[in-house]
Write a protein that binds this ligand. Sequence first.
Ligand code: EPZ
Length: 436
Amino acid sequence: MERYGYVINGGTPLKGEVVISGAKNAAVAMIPAALLVDGVCRIENMPHISDTDMLLTIVSELGAKVRFVNRSTVDIDCTHVSFRDTPFDLMRKIRASYYLIGAMLGRFGVSKTTMPGGCNFGERPIDQHIKGMEALGADVSIQHGFVYASARDGKMHGSKVYLDKVSVGATINIILAAVLASGRTIIENAAREPHIVDLANFLNSMGADVRGAGTDTIKIYGVEKLHGGTYAVIPDQIEAGTYMVAAAATGGEVLIKNVIPKHLECISDKLRETGTIVQKYEDAVLVKGASNLHKTNVKTMPYPGFPTDMQPQMAVLLTMASGTSVITEGIYDNRFKYAQELLKMGADIHVEGKVCIISGVKTLTGAPVMACDLRAGAAMVIAGLCAEGETVIEDVHYIERGYEDFVGKLKRLGADISAVWFPDRDDAPARITIAG
Ligand code: EPZ
């Protein structure tokens, strides 16, 4: 069977500069949010990744006019959108399709979506999303893999919602359903991630009234309508963190540009604990790898704690740190699938439920491995960059959901990495390099 993947020859320290793209988890909320705007939203610094491409296709099917002004600026005109069936096969592929529930209820008073897809970390329910929609006056049912929702009297009404669990998705979905609702909505125990603040700023620039984003209590005062405008997505905290860890793990020296250092504080501090040097500038961080890495412990928490989306990348770094490190996954039930892939590369790693114990080894060795999900895939790339010999990574489509031009950016930092097609045909070479 033909396959597509990355081929990496490891051992080269990364050197140079890399520019961070727009935040995936902000952009995938803004595209559905554009449905609420009766006019043209110009979104700048839009990352070019498959998740955003899929969401732009979905909103186009609802009647939005989508036009790329340039590679990272897109106009979305939702003046003439209407409720209709949308490409459910695309919705099933990504987690962020659940934002269409809040956006469609807010705009149309009705929504039909599929249960969301996304990376498999064990159970990922949407009960808190449903709790929020019902609190704002919608009837919600899940049948045959679809989520049906409709506002009981055709319009959403502000209400108070206490989230039983800190949930980024539920917090964002309730904001989307509330901005055009009648009256005030209060979200208690809200998530505080940077992309929630970015979405609130985006909506407020279009005439919404969202207050307190970034704290655990968010108030939304419903308005009649939203007008068009221009907004730039914040830099991606996790993409930046991924390059920081790659620089540290390969023993390189990389200036990571177009970042908001405050969003990276937890990652910077954790890297410093391993002996890595991290210098902060206005909108950049410089990372210098240590000659020998020290062990440390990590516990993932909601923002401003250590982000779960940086957990796999940190694990790779710690496989080469002296001593024994412990990682505790505080958000998901099962986010250590990549450990089995690292074992193939000679790592000393052991998982007990939500805890991963890592004893440092001198070096990793290249091997054929899989990308188990988006961030695990990025972690395997980092492992390949550090390992002796060749690593071939398959299922890299996961990685391309969330990292713009990953191969190109790494090559420009000196990495020996190529995107390769394996045609698996007698009349073709074994490997055909696509980008490298
Ligand atoms: C968002 O997922 C991100 N995805 C994830 O990033 C990220 O890992 C996660 O937030 C946590 O930061 C997007 O933004 C598209 P949650 P989300 O709701 O919204 C439980 C990446 O790599 N929960 O904050 O799905 C849930 O099971 C991706 O970019 C409920 O129990 O995360 C989890 O244990 C991976 N009921 C915890 O809460 C609900 O209704 C946090 O989930 C919702 C969530």
